[in-house]
Design a protein around this ligand. Structure first.
Ligand code: SF4
Length: 345
């Protein structure tokens, strides 16, 4: 997976944009995101709440609210999911392209046992008998390391702990061995130990099943061990996009640098959680220029009025960025930024 077109990508997203009609006017929630995804690779989409990351993937899955409209292209094996009739989309959704939500109760039915929910999916998409489906469902629960899967499959969702429910949802998403798994903040609601277990599990499943993953998160620390490429969103616009290695070790955008500085580091022990000062922008009142202007410690006079081009970095072929500052200026200011956030350098 990379920003450039590969010969036969599994998924190819071009200029995906999302608009919402609201009583206050049209809100541009996502403004033209582009990426390709190859089998077995992971893209991390990172940003604070309201940055457009969840709306991007809901648009890819045809799950926007009724006042939302997606434009652009989402090609899955050459077929455009955005313009596809719902009946055709239903054959792909939950089968070849599956999604894990932040809150398992969003996608689990509280009134049905886990067995019924899992076997229904396999009967519908794979044409298995109920007996065959039960065997496959137990195998999949085993694969996500659910203890005593054959017994627990008879339980209702509320009888599981938060971490176990998340495993059930991952198992549901993996039942049909999808080509693409979209995970929207899959570990946010869980405690740190369970978070780590779920992330290790996703890595193992990717290795074993060859699944490509789109991982949505507000936490750059979470994507560090899992992603090949990272896209950083702010105010519905891509701020920086490139290989995980480039984004983590050579951030060239003030917003990415701020997010990275705010990641708690193990060696800092009890260091407090740091955050970029200020709040995410009001999407109905974005500045004409860079959406990060009000919070950017390095903003220039033209930043609020002139939209920076999203263009290849002059210094790194692996990176696209949208910023008026040159990379040398960002790097020079990084030390200042860290000192503003109280981060040891
Ligand atoms: Fe900061 Fe200006 Fe770059 Fe936006 S364009 S990130 S406001 S320096």
């Amino acid at each position: 997976m990379n920003m450039n077109t590969t010969s036969n990508p599994l998924m190819q997203v071009s200029q995906l944009a999302v608009q919402f009609e609201t009583p206050d006017g049209v809100i541009n929630a996502v403004n033209g995101i582009t990426f390709t995804l190859d089998r077995g690779k992971t893209l991390g989409i990172v940003g604070e709440s309201g940055s457009g990351k969840s709306q991007s993937v809901l648009a890819m899955m045809g799950l926007l609210a009724t006042n939302g409209r997606a434009t652009g292209q989402v090609l899955y094996q050459g077929q455009d999911l955005i313009s596809m009739p719902t009946a055709d989309l239903n054959r792909i959704r939950g089968n070849r392209v599956a999604m894990i939500f932040q809150d398992p109760m969003t996608s689990l039915n509280p009134y049905l046992t886990v067995e019924r929910q899992m076997t229904e999916v396999l009967e519908l998409h794979k044409g298995l008998s109920r007996r065959e489906a039960r065997v496959r469902a137990i195998q999949t629960l085993d694969a996500v390391k659910m203890p005593e899967a054959a017994r627990r499959i008879n339980m209702y969702p509320h009888e599981f702990s938060g971490g176990m429910r998340q495993r059930v949802m991952i198992a549901m998403a993996l039942l049909c061995e999808p080509d693409v798994l979209i995970a929207d903040e899959p570990t946010t609601a869980l405690d740190v130990t369970v978070q780590a277990q779920i992330l290790v599990l996703m890595r193992e499943l990717q290795r074993d099943f060859g699944t490509a993953i789109v991982l949505i998160t507000h936490d750059l620390g979470v994507v560090a061990g899992l992603c090949n490429e990272v896209m950083v969103l702010y105010g519905g616009q891509v701020m920086e996009q490139g290989s995980a290695e480039a984004i983590f070790y050579r951030p060239s955008h003030p917003y990415t640098a701020g997010l990275l500085a705010a990641v708690p580091r193990l060696e800092d022990g009890d260091a407090p959680m740091l955050a970029i000062p200020g709040a995410p922008p009001n999407m109905a009142r974005l500045p004409a220029g860079c959406p990060f202007t009000d919070r950017c410690a390095m903003a220039l006079p033209q930043c609020g009025v002139e939209r920076p081009a999203f263009a290849a970095s002059a210094h790194d072929a692996d990176v696209l960025r949208a910023c008026h500052l040159g990379i040398e200026d960002v790097t020079r200011n990084l030390q200042y930024l860290k000192s503003q956030l109280g981060v040891a350098t």
